[in-house]
Write a protein that binds this ligand. Structure first.
Ligand code: SAM
Length: 232
């Protein structure tokens, strides 16, 4: 089940293998995430490649980490929980809002999704695009822009994941969700949110509330205005 990244030579030891296995076992599997495909994806993506050098030794810790620009890479459990809730299948069109380091996008790509990932911070978008290409992840398009508008050009999406905290669910994302699709989004105030999964069936929406969480703010036309504080 443990895989090398697309660019790792087959006869080399796998860096941080023990840490990655422990992360998946203790932080994810034992907390109730049993979807084998999600566990495999979390095992296969080298999280240490997505964190800045000073945090290499903490890459597999049970917490979010700074990635620069006052933003963060999310806690591994939250990434796994959001991925499991999105119920991604090979060939699905998936939209992620908040590329950050590119880690969540890589996990989604491992499940065989065609991933569109939007990041509002230009430097983070550029860095993530370069990193994902260097690591050999294909099928991910990183887009610089306001993700609260979605990405109508590739809609509809089987799943949409918002990895920043929204005061309410942005209407363009609901509009761009496919019939039968899942939208996974933290909704709440700047200090505390609940992770919601919204299921779309025709004109009907059904919401399931998952875990409490604390994300950095989603800043854009259909979310918080520019200048809101950074948390997580
Ligand atoms: N998914 C990321 C990862 O795997 O590293 C972590 C995302 S980080 C918690 C939240 C990100 O959302 C930040 O990089 C932030 O710049 C971005 N963001 C906030 N508002 C946004 C918006 N309207 N559109 C796109 N990205 C946004």
């Amino acid at each position: 089940m443990f895989k090398k990244t697309p660019v790792e030579a087959s006869d080399q030891p796998i860096p941080y293998e023990a840490e990655r296995r422990a992360m998946v076992e203790y932080q994810i599997h034992r907390r109730g995430i049993r979807d084998e495909k999600v566990l495999e994806a979390m095992l296969s993506v080298p999280r240490h490649e997505f964190v800045p050098a000073p945090y290499l030794g903490s890459a597999y810790d049970d917490r979010p980490l700074p990635i620069g620009e006052t933003e963060t890479i999310s806690q591994p459990y939250i990434v796994a929980a959001m991925t499991a809730a999105a119920q991604v299948h090979p060939g699905d069109q998936v939209l992620e809002i908040g590329t950050g380091s590119g880690y969540q996008a890589a996990v989604l790509a491992c499940l065989g999704a065609r991933v569109y990932s939007i990041e509002r911070n230009f430097l983070l978008a550029e860095a993530a695009r370069t990193r994902l290409a260097r690591l050999g992840y294909h099928g991910i398009e990183v887009i610089w822009g306001d993700g609260t508008e979605g990405h109508a050009a590739a809609a509809p999406y089987a799943a949409i994941l918002v990895t920043a905290a929204a005061p309410k669910v942005p209407q363009p994302l609901l509009d761009q969700l496919a019939d039968g699709g899942r939208l996974v989004i933290p909704v709440g105030n700047l200090w505390h949110q609940e992770l919601e999964v919204i299921f779309k069936h025709g004109n009907q929406l059904a919401t399931r509330v998952l875990d409490p969480c604390q994300f950095v703010p989603l800043i854009g036309r259909h979310a918080w205005p520019e200048g809101k504080g950074q948390f997580e």
